[in-house]
Design a protein around this ligand. Sequence first.
Ligand code: ADP
Ligand code: MG
Length: 290
Amino acid sequence: SIPLGYFGGIGLASKNGILFKGSNFLDVITKIDTVVMDKTGTLTKGVFKVQKVITKNYEEKELVSLAAALESKSTHPIATAIIQYAENLSDTANLSETAISDLEEIAGHGLKGIIDGKVILAGNTSLFKKFNISYEQAVDEIEDTVVLIAVDQQYAGYLVIADEIKEDAKQAIADLHALAIKTVMLSGDRESVVSRVATILGIESAFGDLLPENKVAHVEGLKKSGRRIAFIGDGVNDAPVVALADAGIAMGGLGSDATIETADIVIQNDQPSKIVTAIKIGKITRSIVW
Ligand code: ADP
Ligand code: MG
């Protein structure tokens, strides 16, 4: 039978908005020595806003509506920002009426689809490299997230998009370090954005431009080196790495269904500081059980 202390631990966690899917994880969480985190939606709000649009041979409205038409098929936080921006531009054609065929969501890269017989791409510099399309040099200097647009293999402009860091993220990282836990951030976003966020938050090591399989390889490497890992993520692409971690944690509010399903622990209000609360509850439970 399960000792009473574990029930108490699960109940206490639940009062704090943390769902443990099994009492064993109350124990596992006390043994982790490395917390690996996703960026978008985990440490940042995942609420992107379009800051700027740069076009080449296109009107802003024309470019934005092409991008938004494509993004209307995606649930990525970047897509939401672009659709919102397009809707705010007056006389933008009704997005839902734009016919799109052959839509592909390329994980960690962006989108490809056909509109009015033209191949439209919307995504990051890796997407453009994959399709062998050159873009303005200035893009590499931008510190925010950039969505590049191409029409029939021709660079057509880009949107600059920014996201905000969550209020409790910095304290959460400091509290983890105080518990002698190492912090790592793995992100599909550009290296420049990732290293800026890592510096602001005081995260020890951070890697950008990662595809879902690169995140998995990274966590496998850490596990082989003997680290006991908690991974926190929110995205569709995070499910494999959540499954691989000793303690897989999902953000319950913003998180994708697949990630929440796979997770051992769910943080209901999406606050990263709840990982610290979870560890503390695990420790209290242990002290009662043992
Ligand atoms: P993170 O690991 O930070 O959560 P993701 O793996 O979700 O990031 O996405 C990685 C990158 O792929 C994004 O920063 C963006 O450049 C690109 N991307 C993904 N989905 C889209 C989309 N729908 N539109 C444009 N770009 C996208
Ligand atoms: Mg994410």
